[in-house]
Design a protein around this ligand. Sequence first.
Ligand SMILES: Nc1ncnc2c1ncn2[C@@H]1O[C@H](COP(=O)(O)OP(=O)(O)OP(=O)(O)O)[C@@H](O)[C@H]1O
Length: 261
Amino acid sequence: MILRVKGVEFSYENKKKILSDVNFELDKGSFLTILGPNGAGKSTLLNCITNLLKPTRGELWLKDQLMCGMDLKQVAKTIAYVPQVHIPTYEFTSLDFVVMGRSPHLGMFQKPTKADYDIAKAALVQLDSMELAEKPYTKLSGGERQLVTIARAIAQEAELIVFDEPTAYLDYGNQIRILKLIKTLTQRGYSVIMTTHSPDHAFLLGGKIGILDYHGGLQIGAAEEVLQEEVLARIYGTDVRVIYVKELGRSVCAASLAGFL
Ligand SMILES: Nc1ncnc2c1ncn2[C@@H]1O[C@H](COP(=O)(O)OP(=O)(O)OP(=O)(O)O)[C@@H](O)[C@H]1O
């Protein structure tokens, strides 16, 4: 077990409960996709998991340690966060950006060493992206930026990588490339949590699915078990068909515009 979320509740200042009694465990090398409508609380849950927000109730355990007693640097040695959009102000090269993943392993005023740069380069090589090393990070395309951000997570040498909508803003080909890469990461032993707005991505990746509803509850199960037509219709407020495609060996989601407007 790498992460245990136990009875977690969260409210912002306005007191509306965004997360309510959320419970799940994540094993090493396993995968959880979190779905839910806009504003349900997916990013809030990821922020609690990465210790950026403190739950109002409940406990988060990282391996066998309670997370509330850990600082961000300690947590970052185990969990890497790949946010949706990251636009730095300075013109770092991609390699300098990837090497920032080494910060949790450096002392307060310590600069990255040659060994840290070697780890950052190896992360870019792992993702077949070494040609991006000298490109300014601010000049990368959306897909390239996502690759470099994943390389930073790998350079961090974390065991759990948390992705907030990793396919947002990417074209169809890059969406599938990033999903393949995420699947490969789990095959290499990383644990992964990601959010998505596409139930089809959940079918494509397999693993466990969590559906967050507007009452803050997280329903967890296997894709085929959780992603039922009635559930999707309730969550997204629109008709969705779940169809098994023999050639693909999996179900797909298809929406219809009939009766819309
Ligand atoms: N800092 C904040 N202070 C107060 N309320 C907030 C804050 N951040 C988010 N919220 C509210 O909490 C709720 C959950 O937001 P969150 O961003 O976690 O949802 P989400 O499921 O990630 O949404 P989306 O799919 O649209 O990205 C929303 O109603 C949002 O307005």
